[in-house]
Design a protein around this ligand. Structure first.
Ligand code: HPA
Ligand code: ZN
Length: 340
C-alpha cells in the first residue's frame, strides 16, 4: 500500500483517544489569550518563544513546563474553552470518542474549586456531542504528592462522581510506584469508578505489575517498558489488558530515541491490545492522525494493523456497547474495502 493510501485510510478511520491530558492540549495561542484574559504573567514573550521552549530531556523536564502552562487556566470558562478547542481540533481527525484526564490537585492547590474544573470541562464535553464526539472524564491523582492528598482529592470529587468514569495516576513516575496509592484506588473502585494508571513509561515492569495487582487497573497508560519482562507480556496478552501507547510523546520525552526506534510494532506483534494516543498534543508535535501517520510510516504498519489498532481502542473504551458497535461496524466496512 502506498503512503498516500495509508494516509487516506488514517483519515477515514473512526478513532478513539484514550490517553489525553486536557492541559496538554493548551496550544500557545490559547495560553497567551488566557494569560491576558486573567492577567497572569507568563515567562514567555510570544507564541514562538513558548514553542521554542518545548525541548524536553525526560518526563520531569516536560512536567515543569506543563505546570507553568496550567497557571493561566482559572475560570470555568477557561476550562470550557480549552476543552472545546481540543474537541474542535480532533473532530478534524475523525476522532469519535475521547477519554480525557484532568487533575484537580493542580488547581485546588491554587484555591480553584473542583467544581470549576469539572463543570467547565463537562459542559464542553456535552457540547462536543454536537461534533459527534462521545466522551468520558478520568480524574488523575498526581503521584508526586502523597496518598493523603489523593484521599482528600477523592473526597472532594465524590459529590461530582456522576461526571467521572474513572480515576488514573499521572505525573512523575520514577520513585512513585503505583503501590503508594493502593488504598485510595480501592476506595475509588468501591465507589464504582474504573481504574487506570500510567505505568512503564519511564518506570520498570514492576510498576506495571503493581498497577495491575495493587490498583486493579483495567488499562495501562503507556506500558511500553513491558517488553523487558516476558512474564509480564504473557500476562498482558492473556488478559488483553489495553495499553494506551503515545508514540510522539515517547519520542518527545526521550523514552525512545526516534519514532523508528519505537517498539509499537513489537507490542502489536506480541499480541497485545495496543492503542495509539496523543498524550499532550500541544507539546509533543501531533494530534491523533499525526501519531497514527508517523507510527505507520516509520514502522511499516499496514492497513490491517491500523484497523486493528483503531478497533482495540473502541474495545478498550468506557462507552456503551451500542455506541461501540456502530464504530466497530464502520471499521469492519473499512477492513473489507482495504484488505481485499
Ligand atoms: N506522564 C505522566 N504524567 C503526565 C504525562 C505523561 O506522559 N502527561 C501529562 N502528565
Ligand atoms: Zn499521559
Amino acid at each position: 500500500m502506498d503512503a498516500q493510501s495509508l494516509n487516506t485510510l488514517i483519515e477515514q478511520l473512526p478513532k478513539a483517544e484514550l490517553h489525553l491530558h486536557i492541559e496538554g492540549t493548551l496550544e500557545p495561542e490559547l495560553m497567551m489569550t488566557l494569560a491576558k484574559r486573567n492577567g497572569v504573567a507568563l515567562p514567555y514573550e510570544s507564541v514562538e518563544a513558548i514553542r521554542a521552549a518545548y525541548q524536553f530531556t525526560d518526563l520531569q523536564s516536560f512536567l515543569d513546563l506543563y505546570h507553568i502552562g496550567t497557571e493561566v487556566v482559572i475560570t470555568e470558562q477557561d476550562f470550557y474553552d480549552m476543552t472545546m478547542a481540543y474537541l474542535e481540533r480532533v473532530a478534524l481527525d475523525n476522532v469519535k470518542h475521547v477519554e480525557l484526564f484532568c487533575d484537580t490537585q493542580t488547581y485546588t492547590a491554587r484555591g480553584i474549586p473542583v467544581e470549576t474544573v469539572l463543570n467547565g470541562i463537562d459542559r464542553a464535553l456535552q457540547d462536543g456531542r454536537q461534533h459527534g464526539i462521545s466522551s468520558a472524564l478520568i480524574l488523575c491523582f498526581l503521584r508526586h504528592l502523597s496518598e493523603e492528598d489523593a484521599e482528600r482529592t477523592l473526597d472532594a470529587v465524590l459529590p461530582f462522581k456522576h461526571l467521572l468514569a474513572g480515576v488514573g495516576l499521572a505525573s512523575s513516575e520514577l520513585g512513585h510506584p503505583p503501590s503508594k496509592f493502593r488504598k485510595v484506588f480501592a476506595r475509588a473502585r468501591a465507589e464504582g469508578l474504573k481504574a487506570v494508571a500510567h505505568a512503564g513509561e519511564e518506570g520498570p515492569p514492576a510498576y506495571i505489575f503493581e498497577a495491575l495487582d495493587d490498583l486493579q487497573v483495567v488499562r495501562i497508560d503507556h506500558g511500553v517498558r513491558c517488553l523487558e519482562d516476558p512474564s509480564l507480556v504473557a500476562r498482558l496478552r492473556a488478559e488483553q489488558i489495553p495499553l494506551t501507547v503515545c508514540p510522539l510523546s515517547n519520542v518527545a520525552l526521550c523514552v525512545v530515541e526516534s519514532i523508528e526506534q519505537h517498539n509499537f510494532k513489537d507490542l502489536l506483534e506480541a499480541g497485545l491490545c495496543v492503542t495509539i494516543n496523543s498524550d499532550d498534543p500541544a507539546y509533543f508535535g501531533g494530534y491523533m492522525n499525526e501519531n497514527y501517520r508517523q507510527t505507520a510510516h516509520a514502522l511499516g504498519l499496514n492497513a490491517g494493523d491500523l484497523i486493528r489498532v483503531a478497533r482495540n481502542a473502541f474495545n478498550a473504551a468506557f462507552m456503551s456497547d451500542a455506541e461501540r458497535q456502530s464504530h466497530l461496524d464502520q471499521l469492519d466496512r473499512l477492513e473489507k474495502e482495504y484488505t481485499q
